[in-house]
Design a protein around this ligand. Sequence first.
Ligand code: NAD
Length: 372
Amino acid sequence: MPDTLKITDIPVDGYERVVRGVDPQSGLHAYIAVHDTTLGPALGGLRMWPYASEDEALFDVKRLARGMTFKSAVAQTGLGGGKAVIVGDPAKVKSEALYLAMGRLVDALGGKYITAEDVNTSVHDLEIVRRATRWVSGLERKDGGSGNPSPYTAYGVFLGVRAALGQVFGSDSPKGRTVVIQGVGAVGSALARRLIEAGATVYAADKNEARLQQLAGEIGLKPIGEAAALTMKCDVFAPCALGAVIHDQTIPGFQTPIIAGAANNLLLEPRHGKALAERGILYAPDYVINAGGIINVSVEFAPGGYNEALSLSKIERIPQALRELWTIAKEERIPPSDAADRLAQRIVADAKGAKKEASCAVPKRGSGGGGG
Ligand code: NAD
C-alpha cells in the first residue's frame, strides 16, 4: 500500500526545522519542531492534545521545543531541543496506524529529532512508534530504554528543595519543615515520600481525591483543598501539577519563602519571575529543578548505554546548578528565571561559536600548507 504521509516544511525563524505531517489514511496530523541541535540531537516528548487550530499546535510545539533546548543546555545532557505534537483527542484518534505514521514522520528527520513520552503518550504508544523509527527514547529497561523518568525527576526536585532550604534557612535539612505539594501524581507523590522520609510535614492537594486519601493512608501526607495549596503558610510550595500557577492573581497570596516544584512553565509570563523576587520568594527555575527525567533519558546515549549510577551522579548536580543561578541572580539583580535563560542561551551560543571556530580551523583540501 503506498505511504500517504505528506511531510511539509514550515519555515520558522530561529528554528532549525519545523515540519507538518499529515496522513489521511491513519488520521495523523502532527508537527515536529527542531529548535536547536548545536549541543546534540533534539530530544523532546511527543504530546497529543486536541488543539483547536494549526496556530495553537504550532505555538505549543515551538514553545516546548525551545524550552527543551534550554533545559538540556543547563543540565548538560549533550542533547538539543525539540518536541512533537499530534493534534487530536486521545480518546478518539489513538490507533496503531497513527503511531506508525508518526514513527515514519520522526524517521524522516534522520535522527535530528528523538522522541519520548509526554502528555497523553504512553510507553506502549512509543513501542509502536519504535517499529517505524529507531529515534525513540524512554522505552522500558527490558527494551534497552531508561524506563519511567518520573522517579528521577522527583529525586532532582527533592535535591533542589533541599538546596533552596539551605539557601533560605542555612540548613538544607527537610526535618521539621512544612512543604505544600500541589499535585501528587507520578512526580509529586514520589517527592512527598522522600520529604516525609526526611522528616518534613507534607500537605498536599490533588484534583483526584481518591488518590490523595490513598496517599494519606500510605505515606502520611496531609490532604488539603486545591485553593488552600496556593495560600497556606509553609516553608516550601512545590507545584507538581500544571504550569502557569505563578501569576498576578496567585503571587500576592503565597505565604512561602520558597517555590520549588516539578511542573513545567510555572511562570505565566517571564515578568512573574521578577514579581516573585520582589516579594522575597526564592524561586527554583522549573526547567533546572525538574531536569532529572531528561538527564536520566540522556544517559541512554552514553557510551555503553544506560547506566543508573551515571544518571544519579548527573542528577546530583542539580543543587549546585541552582545555587549558581541564585548567586548570579543576586549579583546581577535579576530573577533566577532570567539567570537560567541567560545561562542556557550562553551555553548554546558558546557551543555554536566553538563549532564555527573548529570548522574554520580545519584546512580545506588542497588549501596548501603541507609539504613545502
Ligand atoms: P501526573 O499527571 O502524574 O500528575 C499530576 C497530578 O496533578 C495529578 O494527580 C492530577 O490529578 C493533579 N492535578 C491536576 N490539576 C491540579 C490542580 N489544579 N490542583 C491539584 N492537583 C492537580 O504528572 P507528573 O508526571 O507527576 O508531572 C507533574 C508535572 O511535572 C507536570 O507539569 C509535568 O509536565 C512536569 N514534569 C514531569 C516530569 C516527569 O518526569 N514526569 C518531568 C519534568 C516535568
